[in-house]
Design a protein around this ligand. Structure first.
Ligand SMILES: [Zn+2]
Length: 498
C-alpha cells in the first residue's frame, strides 16, 4: 500500500446518530471503515473532535499518516456551501454556521478537505460506482429519518443558485389551504352535494399553534420539521411512518410492530418495519403501501420537472423495505398518463447501501481536482486474468479453483469453503448480493449447465432494480467475457456439485 500512497482518500459521513469514516482507493474500493456515535446534547466542538478522531483512528489502524492522503471529503446532513466549506444550517445537529472545511483542514495538518450535503454526495457516489453509473442525468432520493436528494448531470452535482437544489423532502404534496369550493360553503343539494360534504370536512379544522392568532388548517395536514405543512418528508419519511403507526395503535388498531421493536414505540427502526411487513402485519402494510404511493408520485413530479434518465431510491427505509415498497412505487410511476417521458426512463434502487455517501464524498474531492469526474469513473480496479486449462478448473495467479467462487467489483476473489449440500443447481441470492457489492456494470454468472439455468425472479429483480447487466454463460465463455470486457465487472462461478 505504501508505494501508491497518494492514491488514497478518506470519505466521512457525518450522520445524526453515527459518524462513518472510510479509507477509499482511487478506484473506489472501500479498504476500511471506522464508525462511532455522533455526540449528542453538546456543542459543535465535540462533533468536530469526533470527526477528527474518526479520521485519525482510521488512518492509525491502517498504518497511514495524514500527509500520505490525497484528500478528505466530508458529508453533512444540511445546507452546505460546497465552494467554501461553510455549513449554512444542519437542522438535526450542531454544525450550523461553522466553517467546517477550513477548520478540518487546519485540524488535519493542511490536507485537502471538501464538504458537501450527504444526499447530494450519496447521489454522486451512486453515479460513480452504483446504480447511476450509466446515467447522464440522475436524481437520487434518500428516504430515512427525513428525505433528501441529489441531482447529478453529466457527472456533476447541480447545486442551484443558493446551494440548496435537491431539497425534495420539502416539496409540498399536501396543499395547506382549503379549496375554493370549501370556502364557498355551497349548500345546495343535487350537483352541489359533494361541495357540502367538503365544507363540513373543512369546519373540523385544527388550531396549529395557539400562540399565533387563528392559523387554521384543514384536518390531516402534517407539519414538517422545516416549519412548512404537507412537505413530502413530513408524509413519507421513516419518521412519518413511525407517527402513523403510533397514531393507528393509539386509535386502537392491533399491530405486531411492538414485538419486532423491542416492546417500544418511541423510535421504530426500518428493520422492525421490514419484519412487521414480512409477517403480514395489516397496519404496517397499509401504512407502508400509502407511503410507497406518495414516493411514487414524488418520482413522477421529479420526472415531469427535470426528466432525469434515472431516479435512484436509497436510504434506510428503502434499503430495509424495498421488496415491499418497490412494486408499489413502480406501479405508480408506470401509471403515468403523460406520455412525455420516454420509456427508457427508470426508477432504480441504490446499489451502494451505507457506502454511497462516503464514496460520494471521495468523488467530490477527486472531481474538484483538475482531473474531471469523468476520468475517475473510467478508472477501474486491476482485475485478475482467468485461465481455463481443463474443464471445471479455473486458474488465477497459479491457484486452481474447482469450487464456487466470486470475484467482487474490486477484483477480490472470495471462495466458499463449505459447499452446501443438496443445493439446487442455480445461483443463490446471497452470492449475487456479495458479487455486486461495491457497484458493477456487468455481472458474469458462470455455470457448466448455463443453458438450463434461469435466474430466479428474486435475483433478476435485485439486479434489474439496480441497473446491473448480467449474463449467464458456460464456464469457458464466461472466462472469455470476463477477460475481454473493459467495464467494472464481477463474477460468480458456480461449479457442478461434487
Ligand atoms: Zn419541510
Amino acid at each position: 500500500m505504501k508505494d501508491q500512497i497518494k492514491d488514497y482518500y478518506v470519505g466521512v459521513d457525518v450522520g445524526g446518530t453515527k459518524i462513518q469514516a472510510s479509507l477509499v482507493s482511487d478506484t473506489g474500493s472501500v479498504l476500511s471503515s471506522n464508525r462511532r456515535s455522533t455526540p449528542r446534547n453538546c456543542g459543535s466542538d465535540a462533533t468536530l473532535d469526533a470527526i477528527e478522531e474518526s479520521i485519525k483512528e482510521l488512518l492509525q489502524h491502517q498504518n497511514q499518516s495524514l500527509d500520505q492522503l490525497s484528500g478528505v471529503g466530508i458529508a453533512v446532513p444540511g445546507v452546505v456551501c460546497q465552494d467554501t466549506g461553510y455549513v449554512v444550517v444542519t437542522p438535526n445537529m450542531n454544525l450550523s454556521g461553522i466553517e467546517l472545511g477550513q477548520i478540518m483542514r487546519e485540524r488535519l495538518g493542511g490536507v485537502r478537505v471538501e464538504i458537501g450535503n450527504d444526499c447530494n454526495l450519496g447521489t454522486l457516489g451512486e453515479c460513480w460506482l452504483g446504480s447511476g453509473r450509466s446515467s447522464e442525468f440522475a436524481v437520487g432520493i434518500f428516504v430515512g429519518t427525513g428525505i433528501g436528494a441529489g441531482i447529478v448531470r453529466n457527472r456533476r452535482l447541480i447545486s442551484g443558485a443558493g446551494q440548496v437544489a435537491g431539497e425534495i423532502g420539502h416539496i409540498v404534496l399536501q396543499i395547506p389551504c382549503d379549496s375554493w369550493r370549501v370556502q364557498l360553503k355551497i349548500k345546495k343539494s343535487g350537483r352541489g352535494r359533494k361541495y357540502v360534504k367538503q365544507a363540513n370536512f373543512a369546519r373540523r379544522t385544527i388550531r396549529v399553534d395557539a400562540s399565533k392568532k387563528s392559523q387554521k388548517l384543514p384536518l390531516g395536514l402534517t407539519q414538517c420539521g422545516c416549519g412548512n405543512y404537507g412537505c413530502f418528508e413530513s408524509i413519507a419519511s421513516r419518521s412519518a411512518v413511525e407517527n402513523y403507526i403510533r397514531e393507528a395503535i393509539a386509535l386502537g388498531a392491533k399491530s405486531s410492530i411492538t414485538d419486532y421493536n423491542g416492546g417500544k414505540l418511541d423510535i421504530i427502526k426500518s428493520g422492525s418495519i421490514a419484519k412487521a411487513l414480512k409477517s403480514g402485519d395489516e397496519v404496517v402494510t397499509l401504512i407502508v403501501d400509502y407511503v410507497s404511493k406518495v414516493i411514487g408520485y414524488a418520482c413522477l413530479t421529479v420526472r415531469h420537472l427535470i426528466d432525469p434518465d434515472v431516479i435512484m431510491l436509497g436510504g434506510g427505509m428503502i434499503e430495509a423495505c424495498q421488496k415491499y415498497m418497490m412494486p408499489t412505487i413502480e406501479s405508480v410511476v408506470s401509471s403515468d398518463r403523460l406520455q412525455a417521458a420516454p420509456c427508457n426512463r427508470r426508477v432504480l434502487v441504490s446499489s451502494l447501501g451505507d457506502s454511497a455517501v462516503v464514496l460520494g464524498a471521495v468523488a467530490l474531492v477527486r472531481s474538484s481536482d483538475a482531473s474531471a469526474f469523468d476520468q475517475i469513473c473510467e478508472s477501474i480496479p486491476k482485475y485478475p486474468r482467468l485461465l481455463m486449462l481443463a474443464d471445471e478448473v479455473i486458474h488465477i495467479d497459479d491457484v486452481a479453483y474447482t469450487t464456487d467462487m466470486l470475484i467482487t467489483p474490486d477484483g477480490e476473489i472470495l471462495t466458499r469453503s463449505k459447499f452446501p449440500k443438496n443445493e439446487p443447481d442455480g445461483f443463490r441470492m446471497k452470492d449475487i448480493e456479495n458479487a455486486v457489492q461495491g457497484g458493477t456494470d456487468l455481472l458474469v454468472l458462470a455455470t457448466p449447465k448455463a443453458e438450463e439455468i434461469n435466474l430466479s425472479g428474486k435475483c433478476h429483480d435485485y439486479l434489474n432494480r439496480r441497473g446491473i447487466d448480467y449474463r449467464i454463460l458456460p464456464l469457458r465463455d464466461a472466462v472469455q467475457l470476463y477477460n475481454s470486457v473493459t467495464v467494472r465487472r464481477s463474477a460468480v462461478f458456480h461449479f457442478s456439485i461434487k
